[in-house]
Design a protein around this ligand. Sequence first.
Ligand code: CA
Length: 231
Amino acid sequence: MAKKQILVIEDEEDIRELVRYNLEREGFGVLEAESGEDGLNAAAQNKPDLILLDLMLPGKDGLQVCRELKRSDDLQEIPLIMMTAKGEESDIVTGLELGAEDYIVKPFSPKVLVARVKAVLRRKTAAAAPDAGDVLSIHGITIHPGRHEVTVGGKSIDLTATEFGILHFLARRPGWVFTRYQIVDAVHGEDYPVTERSIDVQIVGLRKKLKKTGDYIETVRGIGYRIKDRE
Ligand code: CA
């Protein structure tokens, strides 16, 4: 199998070297770009399998690069992991809403970086998200969209339409982090008044009803929610 190529867009040389060393050791090919402009060119020329994108870049910043990549018919399918500093939650939220697949906060351990890259590649090559009408099973929770019914360990759970919608949305993409806005948007359509609090309250109710399995709905602080994809 051909080596998977990872493009690293990062202005700090130390970080590029750390990333290159650790990814090459795992059998990945690594391409480097020092600026957003170079990164966009390298992405267009090489069509890498994944892009690691620093958000704090001189000139064209990471969010702008993310926006251009995710708007490009040619490049939008390339999975993208943002590299951010602590305290950049609002940028992370924006990046996720622009279509970035994941993020990692600096300073990160090489092990976590490699695991994140592999997880994103695995999720991307796995089948696309199931159709909205498909029955889903995860962590002992079974979701029947047609019947609007959820069972846990075979027992039916009584959920409101909104709780059902949230659970169904998260469960279709285990492991992916979604912002509150993305959740509201998916569940209610775009013209529903968006309040972060309303989602938080719904999640609390949902967890309570799911009892122990509710723990699989993870709060990602400052960002949003996800359903864990592994035990
Ligand atoms: Ca930087």
